[in-house]
Design a protein around this ligand. Structure first.
Ligand SMILES: C[S@@+](CC[C@H](N)C(=O)[O-])C[C@H]1O[C@@H](n2cnc3c(N)ncnc32)[C@H](O)[C@@H]1O
Length: 170
């Protein structure tokens, strides 16, 4: 049943986000490469992933810092600016494609966000390696990404997990 109050909606959203990140972390245990976080925000999911994935480098894309200093990535791991500016040169900066990417840069207005989401969905293709995992709070229709079936319960509601498939020939 869909909750009708904000508190339970938020609990449901954050529970799904956490559970999908746990699932994606398990999917990439044997996949090399760093983690990409799109949307630092308050640093909640960044802090979760650095606890859950010790030893993985985590690169964060964020246009403005508004979290406590202890959640700000170390120098070199923050790609500060609008993703439209930072993503195109990111592979050269990071040096290798990622094992896992988490997308959380949108608002509640999916329609207003759609142009950015659609652009980002394709622009990040070279940034995530074959076999890697993607977590998003909204559908991302990249032709190389295969949607993973999630358990049919509220612990995963309104979230999406993808496995990155092989490169397609030109
Ligand atoms: C929902 S918050 C992220 C929440 C975060 N994952 C957490 O757990 O605390 C979305 C973040 O995306 C950032 N953002 C939105 N549009 C962006 C863009 N075009 N480029 C870079 N960052 C963007 C916002 O500044 C905001 O901090």
């Amino acid at each position: 049943m869909t909750p009708t109050n904000r508190l339970e909606q938020m609990i449901r959203r954050l529970t799904a986000q956490r559970n999908c990140l746990v699932l994606a972390a398990e999917m990439v245990v044997d996949v090399p490469g760093p983690v990409l976080e799109f949307g630092l925000g308050k640093g909640r999911t960044y802090d979760f992933m650095r606890a859950r994935l010790p030893g993985r480098d985590i690169y964060v894309f964020e246009r403005e810092i508004h979290c406590r200093p202890e959640y700000v990535p170390a120098d070199g791991y923050l790609l500060l600016g609008d993703v439209r500016d930072t993503v195109p040169a990111a592979l050269a900066r990071i040096g290798e494609p990622a094992a896992l990417a988490h997308f959380d840069i949108g608002t509640h207005d999916f329609a207003a966000d759609a142009p950015l989401t659609d652009w980002l969905t394709l622009a990040v293709t070279p940034l995530i390696r074959t076999g890697g995992a993607v977590v998003s709070d909204r559908p991302m229709a990249n032709p190389r990404w295969v949607e993973v079936s999630l358990p049919p319960d509220n612990g995963y509601s309104n979230h999406f997990v993808y496995r990155v498939g092989p490169e397609r020939p030109e």
